[in-house]
Design a protein around this ligand. Sequence first.
Ligand code: TGC
Ligand code: FAD
Length: 390
Amino acid sequence: PDLFEAPDYYNLDDLLTEEHKLVRNAARDWVKRDVSPIIEEYAQKAEFPKQIIGGLAEIGAFGPYIPEEYGGAGLDQISYGLIMQEIERGDSGVRSTASVQSSLVMYPIWKYGSEEQRKKFLPKLASGEFMGSFGLTEPDHGSNPGGMTTNFKDNGDHYLLNGAKLWISNSPFCDVAVVWAKNEEGRIHGLIVERGMEGFSTPETHNKWSLRASATGELIFQDVKVPKENLLPGKSGLGAPLGCLDSARFGIAWGAIGAAMDCYDTALRYSKERIQFGKPIAGFQLQQKKLAEMITEITKAQLLAWRLGVLREEGKATSAQISMAKRNNVEVAINIAREARQMLGGMGITGEYSIMRHSMNLESVITYEGTHDIHLLITGLDITGISAFK
Ligand code: TGC
Ligand code: FAD
C-alpha cells in the first residue's frame, strides 16, 4: 500500500482554501490508488500507462485553469500547482503528460487560438479523448529555439510544413501537435498538426534511463499540408512558445516538490525502521542531518511555489521569477533524491522503492523546459540587464 504522508512543516495548509485542499486530496487519493501500484512496472518496461488518461482528466489535470466553458476545470493557479505536485509525487513522467496537455497544448489554443479552434480542440483535450504534444525543440536547436529551421510556406488554401522536432513528450501517441515553425519571412508561428495528415510521422525515442513511463519521440514533417484554419492567429514570435513555457515551468516548480516529498517521506519511514548497530539508523546524527536538511529545503521550496502561485493568480509573476522557482525546486528535488537513496543503502537502488526512479526522472526535469544553466542565465540577465546567452 502507498503509505505516503505529506510533510507540512510550516503549516502551509493554513494558506490554502477548502477548495485547494479538496482538489489536492482528490489528486493525492487518485495517485495512491491508480498510479503508485502500477508505475514501477511501466517505468521498467518503458511504457506510458494509457489506462490512467481517464483518471488524469477526472482529477482536473488536463487544463486545470482553462475555463469550464471549454471543458477545463476552471481552477486557480495554486490548485493547478497542487495537482502537479501530487501527480509528480507519483512520477515525473505522468506529470509531464499532464503538463504538456495543459500548458503546452491547451494553453496556446486557449490564449492564441481562434474561437473555432478553442471549441474544436479544448473539450476533447480536457477529457483526454485527444492527447497533445508540443513541438519546439529541434535536433540542432534546444536551448536556442529561436534558431529553429522547421518552416511553412503559403500554398493556396493550405500551408506546406517541413522540418523535424526532437525530444517531444507524448509524440508517439498524440492526436494533435502544437508545432512552432517559421514562415517565409522567418517569423515563428504555432500550427495545429493533426495525426493522419500526410507526411506527418512520430517515431518513438528509445533507450532512455529517465522518464521511462513517459513516451518521448520525434515529430517529422515532409510537405505536410496544414489547413490555413490550423494556424494559431493570436500571437507570433518566440514570445508565443515562451509564454506557454512560463505556465509549464510554474507547474514543474510545484511538481518537483512532490517528487522531493515522496523521497523524504520514504527515507524518513525507512530510517525509523532500519536497525543497524542495535538502533534505528534515524538515531544517527549523520542520517538526521540528511533528513533535517531535506525538510528545510522542501519547506523553502513550498513557500517559493506558494508565493509564485499568488503572484500568478494576480497576473504579476514575471518570467524570471518563474525561472528561479523552476530552477531552485528541481535542484532541491534532485539533491533530496540522491541523499534519500543513500539512506536506503542497497535497497535504495531497487524498484521496491520509488527513490531511484524519481532520481533518474529528475535528470530530465532539470534539463527540459529550459536547462538548469539557462534558468540561471535568465536570473543573471534579469538582475544585471546584460544577456550572457550569446
Ligand atoms: P529573447 O530575445 O530573450 O526573447 C525573444 C522574445 O520572447 C520574449 N520572451 C518571453 N515571452 C514570454 N515568456 C517568456 N518567458 C519570455 N522570454 C522571452 C522576449 O521578450 C522577446 O520578445 P520580442 O517581442 O522582443 O521578440 O530570446 P533568446 O533567443 O535570447 O532566448 C532566450 C532564452 C534562452 C531564455 C529562451 O530561448 C529559452 O528559454 N530557452 C530554453 C528553451 C526551452 O525551455 N525549451 C523548452 C522546450 S519544451 C519542453 O522542454 C517541454 S518538456 C515537457 C514536459 O513537461 O514533459
Ligand atoms: P543543449 O541546448 O544542446 O544544451 C547542452 C548544454 O549546454 C546544457 O547543459 C545547456 O545548459 C548548455 N548551454 C546551452 N546554451 C548555453 C549558453 N548560452 N550558456 C551556457 N550554457 C549553455 N522539447 C519540446 O519542445 N517539447 C517537449 O515535449 C519536450 N519534452 C522533453 C522530454 C524529455 C524527456 C527531454 C529530455 C527533453 C524534452 N524536450 C522537449 C527538450 C528539452 O526542452 C531540451 O532538451 C532542452 O531545452 C535542452 O536542449 P538540448 O537538449 O538541445 O541541449
